[in-house]
Each structure stands twice: as structure tokens, then as C-alpha cells.
Design a binder for this molecule. Sequence first.
Ligand code: ZN
Length: 420
Amino acid sequence: MIKIYKGNILYTETSEKFTIVKNGYIAVEEGIIEGVYSQPPEKYKNILPEVDTKGLIIPGFNDVHVHAPQWVNAGMGFSLELLPWLEKYTFAVEGNYKDAEFARSSYSLTIEEMKKNGTTRASMFATSHSEGTKILIELLRKSGMGALVGKVNMDRNSIEGLMEDTLTSANETVELIEWMNSTKNNDNVDYIVTPRYVPCTTAELMKKLSEIVNKYNLPVQSHLDENKDEIKWVKELHPECRDFTSVYNDYGLMPKGQTVMAHCVHCSDDELIMLKEREVMIAHCPQSNANLSSGMMPLRKYMDAGLKIGLGSDVGGAHSLNMREHIVETIKTSKLYWTVFPEYKPVSFSEAFYLATKGGGSFFGKVGSFEKGYQFDALVIDDENLINEIPHNLEERLERFVYVGSHENIVKKYVAGKLI
Ligand SMILES: [Zn+2]
């Protein structure tokens, strides 16, 4: 059955510019976009629109790197850098997710905050607790959001309560995957293998996880080249590998086109070649990279090199789950980068919007655009309170919503055609 959504339609087929249809129509069949029209085609003339707005209709936001357990203590400890911060804040809070009630209430807060702000899909880390991860998966299924979720694997350099035995870590991962497959019910929540990062996973565990990835044909998420001390540490731990990226690749944890690596602030040219060859999605996390003094990722350089890039909130390295804020951070950081390296021009509004929608969306399939064949993940924006005597065109209205609007402007959210 065809459904029609009428409004001012904006999306980014390519990053250079918005595709804009004023007072247009989106036709959706079984959750998949059939077409975008400026006039309704004859065959759809008698269909009453599901939505008829003077506001905007845009793709939902995709957060390609977020730690669901860390929202409850986001915004703390940012005078520290990555390694001491992990130990003092991150590991400390994650220990609480052993308790099912704590997990249920805390994960509910995270999901509510993400939904409220128009995040329709996310690639999420849970903690190393299996039961807690199941709770997160059940809550996500109930929420209607789309997500990739993984129990964190860590069998070295952790703390009591989070540290796992190698075999248990691998076995519990398999159990979770089997449980997820057996309970799947027409939802958009799937498993992603989640080694925390190289310093927390032994070679033996990485090999076992690689076997799991191959057996079940699963994607992988982890962290890469975030902080200089971290990179030095990985070098000491793995003298047998060329660099940080090669550790994941050598141990079989970079399935082609199915890997997302967060940060990638300090990659060498050799590493960039490998990331491109493995079609790795880079999760750009500018707010987290600033909060933890990790550095500025050379975004323009990576875009020019044709790498796959999406935006990650990386809460709790970041203090916001709101992807509009991360679009703004992306633009601001690229401008600061340009003042130091003038050969790399700042990214435009459409380019940053693209990263938060179609760029990151490609990790979830045909997601993040309104082209024919894409899943209808969409936000309906009522921006009446942002309109004043100054004339704004549609792109400017979207820009204002992103910069000065609020979650209250988002009046409807859809994932794969379903109202959530
Ligand atoms: Zn992270």
C-alpha cells in the first residue's frame, strides 16, 4: 500500500548540495521510497497524505558510534585524556550494568534521549555484560529505532567486574547472537561484533571473534587511532603488526564494507590506504575528540581520498546525543583545522548534513536519503517558531533548525516507514 508524505523535502543525494522539493510529495511503499514528486502522480491523486505539513521533511539522523551505557555519566572528567579517563569514568560506570535494574533504567534514558533528538539508527556499544546487553536489545526493539548493538569484548587491561575470561567472552557472544536470531521479530535491531579496542582484547580473543564474524557474516565496530598515548601502547602490545589498523586487519576484524572504526584522528597514509581497501566506515567524533584532547581528524583530507565517513556522537567522550550538535561540531572543527592547514577547506552545511544522514546511513543499508529504493527513515520538522520577518529559503530554514532549533521542532519520526 502506498503512503504519501507532503511537505518541504530536503535531503543530500550528494554531499555538495541539497536536493530540495518545495511542497513536494514522498511516495512510500512498504517502508521503501517509491519516489519524490513536486506534483502527485495521477495514480496517487486520491490518496490522503499521512503527513501534510508546511514544515520540513528530512532524513533521520544516523549515529555510527555511541556507548549506550555512558549517557548516565556523560559530561564528566574532561580534564583527563583518553586512557586515564577510561579508567576513572568509563570503566567505573560500566561496572554498574551487571545489575539488570540499573541497566534497564539507564539504557531507557539513553534511548529516550536519542529518539527525542531524531536519531533513527545507531551503531552501539553495550558493556561486557550479556544480560545487560539483552536488556538494551529488547528496549531498542520496543522503541522502534534501528540499531546495530554489540556486547563489548574485553579480556585484558580492564577492571574487576568488566574483565572477561577469553573463552567466556567468545562463548557469551555466540550465545547472544543465537538468542538474537531466535527472537528476531520484524525489527531493525541486529548484532555487531564489538571488541572494545586493541589494548583490551588479546590476540587469542581477536582470533575467536574473527571466527564468529565469518561464521555469522556480521559487521564489526571498534576504536582506532584516537589518542597518541593509545597508539604508542598498541605498538608496544603488537610489535608483530605494522600499525594499529593492521592489528585489526591481521586478526581478521575488518570485514570488507562491514566495519566501523571510531575516531581515526592520527592515521598514517599507509593506514588510510588499508581503510579504503577494506571499505571501512570512519566514525567522525569531533565533540569527543575535543573533550578528551585527542586532536582534530583531517576530515577534508579523508573526504578527498574517497573514504567512507559518518558521524558518531561517541557519548560519553561526548556530552550530547543530539546529532544536530555533532553536525555543528563537524563544521566548526573543520574551520579550525583550516586555520592551521589552509590547504584543507572547511566542510559546508550540506556536506556535514550528508555525513549525518546518507554518509553514516550507508552502514545500515539503503538509509539516509530519499532516493528511490531507500528505507523511509524520516523526521517531520515543524519550524514555525523559527520563522520571522526575515525571509528564509528552505535550506536556510533547515540550517536554522540545526543551529538554533530544539528537539521540540521534531514532531514525527519514522524508521523504515513505521512511525516511532
Ligand atoms: Zn567510543
